[in-house]
Design a binder for this molecule. Structure first.
Ligand SMILES: [Zn+2]
Length: 439
């Protein structure tokens, strides 16, 4: 029987932030895992935005398979914008309004492709017990009723399922509070649940997700002191798991570990509206942008095509690269000229572009923002003066990965799920072998 396994995802942690924390002595749990594990860098998907990335980690496949295209996108069937929002943590505070149905329920129940297989589904179908704490891609076989009174809609997650105090498969006594997110209360909740699970050894596989670092890094920038402090809080939450096993050594005796982040983050100083260079085309084009990625969708009967939209973005300083399909060919456009995507120097650009464009929910034109720029979202929000991510550039794309007790070299975040299944001797489903060998 293989050792049980804990997957820790620290949202938005860059390799530099991880290395600094380990060397500074301010993150003892991360330092212990780094010392006892193998460390490398892996690449994220495109767009490098949390819902896309977490779905990629949980399904072992890119957006071309799991179909979650971005933080905000145009649903062609329903003719409406889907907005997952940047603050999952505020879900409970805001209550279950219509807008919150997308991130809480619809992303897993209807947007996540039926053909994709989540790690929880694959493991539990093989008779193992999976647990998930706060991770936004959670689809599993077990029906869970929300603990909020008066809400009848259920969600399907793994057997042990904890989601921002909205779903709790077991009574752990963990307090949930959203009022003081800056103080890390969300990750404190995760830590309390994690401690409960490890104390009982109540799973074979645990996905443990911490969002506080990303939140602080958006506000203060990836190199700000507030981000450093947030990483210390993430470290304390991981430390709580180690302690619950009786200490770090005992933890590693009982569990194999994969620790990574979902995407990087880069400093942004300027914000622009992607709608601006496409002005006058509103009857033909829907623009959906957020953070450092954008998409343009052609409405039925549009007289322009994606190539024309790409040309319209020439010279717009917030745009680095656009991507589109011409037949089966991925065409990238940068510096005012088309070229093959393989010519781009961005990490793993070919595979990431192909998978993003293979997604039926993606726009006809995908936009990757230039260094230092952010694309204003539909609510007019941006993080100029802080940090952001979403693009193909290296800073948004590289993530730190530590593995302990797992025989695998994880080069993409999509390598996690198949490696975990292999660790447990569970057959890797075809849906996790997307575009193998491409790029
Ligand atoms: Zn994230």
């Amino acid at each position: 029987m293989s050792r049980k396994l804990v997957l820790v995802v620290v949202d938005g942690m860059t390799p530099a932030a991880f290395e600094r924390a380990v060397e500074s002595g301010r993150a003892p749990a991360l330092a212990f895992l780094a010392e006892h594990g193998d460390y490398r860098q892996a690449t994220s998907v495109f767009p490098s935005l949390t819902p896309v990335c977490l779905s990629s980690i949980a399904t072992g496949a890119g957006p071309g398979v799991h179909h979650i295209p971005s933080l905000v996108w145009w649903n062609r069937q329903e003719r409406r914008i889907v907005e997952y929002g940047s603050s999952f943590a505020a879900l409970r505070a805001a209550g279950l309004t219509q807008g919150l149905l997308d991130p809480i329920f619809n992303m897993n129940a209807s947007h996540l492709a039926p053909e994709a297989v989540t790690i929880y589904e694959a493991l539990e179908d093989a008779g193992l017990t999976a647990a998930a704490v706060n991770i936004t891609c959670y689809r599993g076989r077990h029906r869970h009723q929300t603990v909020l009174p008066g809400v009848s809609r259920a969600a399907y997650g793994p057997r042990r399922f904890f989601f921002y105090g909205l779903f709790e498969s077991d009574r752990t006594g963990a307090p949930f509070a959203v009022r003081s997110r800056r103080a890390g209360s969300i990750d404190t909740y995760a830590a309390a649940v994690g401690r409960w699970l490890v104390t009982r050894d109540g799973f074979d596989f645990l996905a443990f997700y911490l969002s506080g670092y990303d939140f602080a890094s958006h506000a203060a920038g990836p190199d700000g002191e507030a981000a450093v402090q947030a990483l210390e809080q993430a470290d304390a939450a991981i430390g709580a798991l180690l302690e619950a096993a009786g200490g770090p050594d005992e933890f590693l005796e009982r569990y194999a570990v994969v620790l990574l982040s979902d995407h990087g983050q880069t400093s942004v100083g300027k914000a622009a509206r992607l709608e601006e260079p496409l002005a006058g085309l509103e009857d033909q084009v829907v623009v959906a942008a957020s953070n450092r990625a954008g998409q343009a969708y052609l409405r039925p009967g549009a007289r322009v095509d994606a190539a024309e939209l790409a040309r319209r973005l020439d010279g717009f300083p917030a745009v680095d690269v656009t991507l589109r399909l011409e037949g089966d060919e991925v065409v990238a456009r940068w510096d005012g000229a088309d070229g093959p995507v393989e010519k781009l120097e961005h990490p793993d650009a070919g595979w990431r572009a192909r998978s993003a464009l293979a997604n039926p929910n993606a726009g006809e034109l995908l936009v990757s923002a230039a260094e230092g720029w952010e694309l204003v979202d539909l609510g007019g929000r941006h993080h100029a003066g802080g940090g952001s991510h979403g693009s193909l550039v290296a800073g948004d794309s590289f993530v730190p990965v530590v593995t302990a007790g797992l025989q695998a070299e994880l080069r993409r975040i999509t390598d996690v799920a198949p490696a975990v299944l292999a660790h447990f001797g569970v057959a890797v489903p075809e849906a996790m072998e997307e575009l193998a060998g491409v790029g």
